[in-house]
Design a binder for this molecule. Structure first.
Ligand code: 5GP
Length: 190
C-alpha cells in the first residue's frame, strides 16, 4: 500500500531494538483517513473469505481492526489485556509476551463473543515475533472458530512472525513489509 509506505518514510522514526515509532499516525495519534483506507484495503483483500468477526488485541490493534470490521460489515472484538470487573470468569485466555513493552500479559476474550460458526480475521498494527497473533490463534483454536487470515499493517519481515504464521498455514497479508531498519533507515521488501 503505497500511501502507507510513503507515510512510514515521512513520519516514522527508528528506535533502538528495531522498533519503528509511528505514533503520530498509527498507534497514538491516529490518522483517521489513512486508517479508513487501511480498513478498505483489508476488506478488499479478504472479501471472499466469509468473515463473521474481526479480532485484535488492545490497544494499538483497535484502530485498524475497527476500520476493517466496519468495511467488511461485521463486529470487532478486541482481546483485553487487563481483567476488568465487568469481565466474568467465562473467558478464553492466552499468554502473550509484548515485544515493545517486554512484559507478558494474559489476553482474554469473553466466551459469549466467539462461537464455532464464526470465521474470524485477525488484524494487528505490527508483526514482529508473532506473539500477539499466536495468542489470538490459540484463543481461536480453543474456541473452535475458523481463522480466515491475518492482516498486518506493518510487518517487520526480518523478525520471526511471518515464518511462525506461515507454518500454521493461515493466510497472511501485510500492507507494508519492512526488510530492514538498519542504520535508522527503513528499507521495504521488494
Ligand atoms: P509480536 O507479538 O509480533 O512480537 O509484536 C507485535 C506487537 O508488538 C504489536 O501489536 C505492536 O503493538 C508491538 N510492536 C512490535 N514491533 C513494533 C514496532 O517496531 N513498533 C511499534 N510501535 N510497535 C511494535
Amino acid at each position: 500500500m503505497d500511501l502507507l509506505k510513503q507515510r512510514i518514510v515521512e513520519d516514522g522514526t527508528v528506535l533502538p531494538g528495531n522498533v519503528l515509532k509511528v505514533d503520530n499516525f498509527l498507534n497514538h495519534q491516529v490518522d483517521t483517513k489513512l486508517m479508513d483506507q487501511i480498513g478498505e484495503e483489508f476488506a478488499k483483500l479478504f472479501k471472499d473469505e466469509k468473515i463473521t468477526k474481526v479480532i485484535t488485541v488492545e490497544s494499538s490493534g483497535i484502530a485498524p481492526a475497527l476500520m476493517t470490521a466496519f468495511h467488511i460489515g461485521v463486529p470487532l472484538i478486541f482481546a483485553r489485556k487487563h481483567k476488568s470487573l465487568t469481565l466474568t470468569d467465562n473467558l478464553y485466555t492466552a499468554n502473550v509476551y509484548s515485544y515493545t513493552k517486554q512484559v507478558s500479559n494474559d489476553i482474554s476474550v469473553d466466551k459469549r463473543f466467539l462461537n464455532p460458526e464464526d470465521r474470524v480475521l485477525i488484524i494487528d498494527d505490527f508483526l514482529a515475533n508473532g506473539q500477539a497473533v499466536q495468542g489470538l490463534l490459540e484463543i481461536a483454536k480453543v474456541a473452535k472458530v475458523d481463522v480466515a487470515g491475518v492482516g498486518i499493517v506493518i510487518e517487520k519481515s526480518f523478525q520471526k512472525g511471518r515464518s511462525m504464521i506461515e507454518k500454521t498455514g493461515v493466510r497472511l497479508e501485510s500492507l507494508a513489509r519492512i526488510a530492514s531498519l538498519d542504520n535508522q533507515k527503513v528499507t521495504f521488501v521488494e
